[in-house]
Design a protein around this ligand. Structure first.
Ligand code: NAI
Length: 318
């Protein structure tokens, strides 16, 4: 079997000085890509900066015979990171929005600074990089984006209100990029990884961390950003050798007559129907809700002789 190659491709990896980003950069550098190794080089709480983190990774890629260049900007200045790709390699094909920090604190004690810093690095940073890459992607009718969410964003996590909000934002951001990019062959997918890094070393026991090497997140990302991949707008959890796709699930739900009888009491009476997932569906777009209404229309009159019109209003049929 031949290996998945990225020859001639230019890949920007943000936060590539350590953890997952470093693993991506080394991998793509070894598979023929030219890599922009971005890292601000600060602490995991977002303090300070240094050129060392990115330089070490660039040196390692070059020593192994690969092509790489460093960039030390914060992702909040994503246009400069993309500019590094254009100036050095003349193009950009893949953007891995990976840089991140933590400011864990209970919501009771959260300060604006904890909130703003997290939103700026994760949300604004990913936006700025993608926004700067977008015109190049559109022009060449090709681009691949990976955004980085987290289980904390998908499910919530104690002490991580800021981080959870930022990480779920990555899902909505990705879904819309995927829809807008599709006709230009720009694909965006989002991963919720789990890996041993300086971010997780204080919160997980060493024997678990031993089984969560960042390298084990890399192969999925490689598949998703490869030019032959059709995946677009997908969400994955990945770590420790396990890869699983996630999707939304909507209960079949409750349909009430939209008139004066539509009261809190009427809802309470049939409450279990709202969360009945037996005949659930898996919506992928805002239009799906209208589809539901159409479906209800086709169901014909209920036992009171009522049926739905297209606007969702109940009409009496005789
Ligand atoms: P890490 O702390 O090892 O790596 C993050 C890198 O981003 C660091 O090298 C840091 O210097 C860089 N960085 C931070 N702020 C930056 C900025 N403003 N501009 C440029 N670079 C910046 O952490 P790890 O674990 O590798 O995390 C990578 C991504 O994966 C993050 O987005 C994180 O939130 C996410 N993630 C990681 C999980 C894990 O289990 N390690 C779990 C869920 C999500």
């Amino acid at each position: 079997m031949s290996e998945l190659r990225f020859d001639g491709q230019v890949i920007v990896v943000t936060g590539a000085g350590g953890g997952l980003g470093k693993a991506y950069a080394l991998f793509f550098g070894s598979r023929g890509a030219s890599v922009v190794v971005n890292d601000l080089g600060g602490s995991f709480k977002g303090e300070g900066n240094s050129t060392k983190a990115a330089d070490v990774v660039v040196d390692e890629i070059k020593a192994a015979g690969g092509k790489a260049v460093a960039n030390y900007d914060s992702v909040e200045n994503g246009d400069r990171i993309i500019e590094t790709a254009i100036q050095n390699y003349g193009r950009i094909d893949v953007l891995l929005n990976n840089a991140g920090i933590l400011r864990d604190i209970s919501f009771k004690n959260m300060k604006d600074q904890d909130w703003d810093l997290i939103i700026n690095v994760h949300v604004k940073g990913s936006y700025k990089c993608a926004r700067a890459a977008w015109p190049y992607f559109r022009k060449q009718k090709y681009g691949r984006v990976i955004n980085t969410a987290s289980a904390a964003g998908l499910f919530g996590s104690f002490g991580q209100c800021n981080y959870s909000a930022a990480k779920l934002a990555m899902v909505g951001f990705t879904e819309t990029l995927a829809k807008e990019g599709a006709k230009y062959n720009i694909h965006a997918n989002v991963i919720a990884p789990i890996a041993a890094s300086r971010m997780t070393q204080t919160v997980m026991p060493p024997d678990i961390l031993e089984n969560l090497k960042p390298d084990w997140v890399v192969p999925l990302v490689a598949v998703l950003v490869h030019k032959d991949s059709d995946e677009n707008g997908a969400i994955y959890e990945v770590g420790g050798g396990h890869i699983a796709k996630l999707r939304w699930e909507r209960a079949s739900g409750l349909l009430l007559k939209a008139d004066d009888s539509y009261t809190p009491g009427a809802i309470l009476k049939r409450w279990p129907e709202i969360s009945n997932f037996r005949d659930a569906d898996h919506p992928t777009g805002v239009a799906d809700f209208m589809g539901l209404l159409e479906k209800s229309m086709k169901m014909g009159p209920n036992d009171k002789g009522e049926t739905l019109d297209f606007k969702g209003k109940v009409a009496l049929v005789t």
